[in-house]
Design a protein around this ligand. Structure first.
Ligand code: TXA
Ligand code: MG
Length: 347
C-alpha cells in the first residue's frame, strides 16, 4: 500500500524533497493539478514512464503530456516554437492548456508514443509547480485513473483504484476545474482544439487568432480513420453503469423523453443526473435523481462531473440518464466528456 502526503493545507518541504527523490529513482507519484490528478514520472526516464502505462493499463500508442514549471524546461523538451504558440503560452500559462509542439527528442520515447511532437503544459496548481520545480526535470503525467475510467478529481475517488500501482499519493483536496486541460495544436496559422477544456474556443478567439474545434470532439472515430490525437480513439471516462445522454431544446422535451424511457423500461432501475433547477421535475414524478450543479454555473458542473460519473457506479443502477449541457465556453468540454462517457448513446 502506498503512503499519502497531505498537502491540502500546506506543502511540507521535507516531503517535497522525498517526492523528488522517488521520481529520481524512477518511481511514480499521484499529484494534484488545477484540472485533475495526474500520475507523474521523470519524463526523461523510459523505464519510469513505462510504469505509468502499466499502472493505468494505457494503450502504448497514446502519448503523455509533459509538465514543466519554467521556460528553460520548455526549451529542453520542444523546439521551433512559432508566434501563435508563444501567444498562447503568454496568455494561458501557467494554466490548463496543453500545446502540441515539435519535440526536441529529449523526452523518453514512450512519452510521445513515437510521434515527433510533444504535448506540453505548465500547470498553475501550486503543489504541481512546486513538485516539478523541486525535481527540476519535466514530469510526464496522464490523468490519474485506470484507462477508460473517469479522471480523478479527489483522492478518495482514485486511492483504491491505484493504491498498489503507484509509489506515493499527494493529496491536494478537490481539484479546481475538474476536467482535463484543453489540448491544442497550431497548424497553418490556425489553432485546432483537439480536446476542449476550461480554456475555451471563445477564450482563444479573444487573442485574435483563427481557432476551430477538431471534428472528433463530438463525433466518434470510425475504424481506421486518422486522428490528430491518439486519445480520441480510445474508450473514455465511462462508468460501468450504462449511461445515456438526453439532448433537448426545451425542458418539457427532456422530461417527456425521461418519462417515456422509464415507461418503456419498467423492469430497469433508472436514475437521472440533472441540473439542480430540474430536480423538481423528477421529485414530482418519484424518479431518482442526482444533482450535478446549477444550470447557471458551468464551472460548478465541470468540477463535479467526474466525481458524479464515479458515484453513479456505487448506486447499482441499470441505466443512468444524463442531461446534456449547452455547447459553449466550458460547456463544450463538459458535453465532450459526457458524450464519450455515454459512448455516443443519445436519447
Ligand atoms: O489536465 C490534464 O491535461 C491532465 C493533468 C494531469 O495534467 N492530464 C491529462 O493527460 O489529461 P491524459 O494522458 O489523460 O490526456 C492527454 C491527451 C491524450 O488525449 C493524448 O492523446 C493527447 O493528450 N496528446 C498527448 N501528446 C500528444 C501529441 N504529441 N499529439 C497529439 N495528442 C497528444
Ligand atoms: Mg486521461
Amino acid at each position: 500500500m502506498s503512503s499519502i502526503y497531505n498537502f491540502k493545507e500546506n506543502i511540507n518541504q521535507e516531503e517535497l524533497e522525498n517526492i523528488a527523490n522517488i521520481l529520481k529513482e524512477g518511481g511514480i507519484v499521484v499529484f494534484p493539478t488545477e484540472t485533475v490528478y495526474g500520475i507523474g514520472a521523470d519524463a526523461t526516464n523510459d523505464k519510469a514512464v513505462e510504469k505509468i502505462f502499466k499502472a493505468k493499463g494505457r494503450p502504448q500508442d497514446n502519448p503523455l503530456i509533459v509538465h514543466i514549471s519554467d521556460y528553460e524546461m520548455l526549451k529542453y523538451v520542444a523546439t521551433n516554437i512559432n508566434s501563435i504558440e508563444k501567444k498562447l503560452m503568454d496568455k494561458f500559462w501557467p494554466g490548463p492548456l496543453t500545446i502540441i509542439l515539435k519535440s526536441s527528442n529529449n523526452v523518453a520515447k514512450s512519452v510521445t508514443a513515437g510521434l515527433d511532437t510533444v504535448g506540453v503544459r505548465m500547470p498553475s496548481n501550486n503543489i504541481a509547480l512546486k513538485i516539478i520545480e523541486t525535481f527540476n526535470i519535466p514530469i510526464a503525467a496522464p490523468s490519474a485513473n485506470i484507462s477508460g475510467r473517469p479522471s480523478g478529481t479527489k483522492l478518495e475517488d482514485i486511492y483504491n483504484e491505484l493504491k498498489d500501482r503507484v509509489d506515493l499519493f499527494v493529496d491536494g483536496g478537490f481539484t479546481d476545474i475538474g476536467i482535463e486541460s484543453t489540448v491544442v495544436k497550431v497548424e497553418n496559422d490556425t489553432v485546432i482544439i483537439l480536446r476542449p477544456g476550461k480554456i475555451s474556443l471563445e477564450d482563444i478567439e479573444e487573442l485574435g487568432v483563427n481557432v476551430k474545434l477538431d471534428k472528433h470532439i463530438f463525433e466518434d472515430v470510425k475504424e481506421n480513420e486518422k486522428v490528430e490525437s491518439p486519445g480520441m480513439k480510445h474508450r473514455h471516462y465511462a462508468p460501468s453503469t450504462k449511461t445515456i445522454l438526453v439532448e433537448y431544446a426545451k425542458d418539457q422535451i427532456m422530461v417527456d423523453k425521461v418519462d417515456k424511457y422509464i415507461k418503456d423500461n419498467k423492469n430497469l432501475r433508472v436514475a437521472v443526473v440533472c441540473f439542480d433547477e430540474h430536480a423538481k421535475y423528477f421529485k414530482d414524478r418519484n424518479i431518482e435523481f442526482i444533482k450535478m450543479g446549477s444550470i447557471k454555473n458551468q464551472l460548478q458542473i465541470s468540477k463535479n462531473i467526474f466525481s458524479i460519473l464515479r458515484y453513479i457506479d456505487k448506486l447499482e443502477l441499470d441505466v443512468c440518464l444524463i442531461e446534456g449541457i449547452n455547447k459553449d465556453h466550458i460547456g463544450t468540454a463538459i458535453e465532450n466528456r459526457l458524450i464519450r462517457a455515454c459512448e455516443y448513446n443519445i436519447l
